[in-house]
Write a protein that binds this ligand. Structure first.
Ligand SMILES: C[S@@+](CC[C@H](N)C(=O)[O-])C[C@H]1O[C@@H](n2cnc3c(N)ncnc32)[C@H](O)[C@@H]1O
Length: 316
């Protein structure tokens, strides 16, 4: 992306006041922003925390991390380019064992979404890439050209919840027998030719989402990080997750619900068998953006924030 395009770029973090209010439990604590992106949430957290707090920003997209000016925060800030599934190791490397808060603002940063070269947006012309981490081998081009028709349909159905999945998969396979598909526009054509024009944009959004989730193993890494992140929290420490589609939100909801459930005492249970739930849900219903935020920040319209707190004497 050109310098001028970069300077024109604007980024507005989603549900920023709600995140700060619900996540901060110790003004001098250690906070991990597992999806640092352009640093919008970290900057807001920094402005509310004491100078002796510690901030850790993780993102697997080095291009995003490069956009941030560290002098914008007053606390020590450690920026690490890796997948958030490696959060435990990041903390070990920093000599940190417990943290006070973790934020995950899932999905894409707008900088990458707007860059045609990343191939995320069906409205832009670009290569079929879709990797958050460009050092990974698996690209959307490999998925689109190498997966069997059945596997393509499964990906589109499972991760895009698109009911025309079989028809779209058949069309992709037809098109790729003539020529390897390498551009986002070619995937777009496969979808357009397979669905009712009235629902075209919804189907395009679902199919592009499905391939992005597959390329980046998004559901798998989310499940991993939810487990490890919770065990890194101090008692009273909090985890906040903002998700943008129903698959993610469902996973977060179930995870928080399962870990916050009381295990009923049964007669004859030993002390070891009586487990105190790991979490207490701070939000039972997700927090969504109000009208004012949704009208100025389109990305906020689909955002759902859920927050949970590590209980005091939890047994893991
Ligand atoms: C919605 S953006 C975050 C925006 C950020 N909260 C801000 O205010 O600038 C999501 C970011 O998470 C990153 N990301 C997504 N999945 C990731 C993962 N598994 N590990 C590390 N970073 C990830 C993306 O590269 C992207 O930069």
């Amino acid at each position: 992306m050109s310098q001028s395009a970069q300077s024109q770029f604007r980024h507005t973090p989603v549900l920023v006041d709600e995140v700060c209010e619900l996540l901060i439990n110790d003004l001098s604590g250690i906070y991990v922003d597992g999806t640092f992106g352009l640093g919008g949430h970290t900057k807001a957290l920094s402005s509310r925390l004491n100078a002796d707090a510690i901030l850790i920003g993780i993102d697997q997209d080095q291009t995003a991390l490069n956009q941030f000016t560290p002098s914008l925060v007053q606390q020590p800030l450690h920026l690490v380019c890796t997948n958030f599934e490696n959060m435990d190791q990041v903390l070990v490397d920093l000599g940190i064992t417990k943290i006070h808060g973790i934020l995950l603002d899932l999905g894409l940063n707008s900088f990458s979404l707007d860059d045609p070269e990343r191939g995320f947006a069906f409205s832009l012309q670009g290569p079929l890439d879709m990797r958050f981490d460009r050092s990974n081998e698996l690209t959307a081009e490999i998925v689109v050209n190498n997966y069997s028709q059945e596997k393509l349909a499964e990906v589109i159905y499972r991760y895009g919840e698109e009911r025309n999945s079989r028809r779209i998969a058949r069309r992709i396979v037809q098109m790729r027998t003539e020529k390897r598909l390498t551009r986002s526009n070619e995937l777009k054509q496969a979808v357009i030719k397979s669905v009712d024009p009235r629902f075209r944009n919804k189907s395009l959004a679902r199919v592009f989402q499905a391939f992005r989730i597959e390329v980046n193993r998004e559901m798998e890494v989310l499940s991993t990080v939810l487990d490890s992140a919770i065990s890194l929290l101090v008692p009273g420490g909090r985890i906040a997750v903002i998700s943008y589609h129903s698959l993610e939100d469902r996973m977060v909801k179930l995870h928080f619900r399962n870990l916050s459930q009381d295990i009923p005492r049964q007669p004859g249970m030993t002390e070891d068998e009586i487990k105190i739930p790991l979490l207490k849900r701070i939000t039972t219903k997700p927090i969504i953006a109000d009208q004012a935020e949704a009208s100025i920040n389109p990305r906020a319209r689909s955002a759902k924030l859920r927050v949970a707190e590590r209980t005091d004497h939890a047994t893991e």
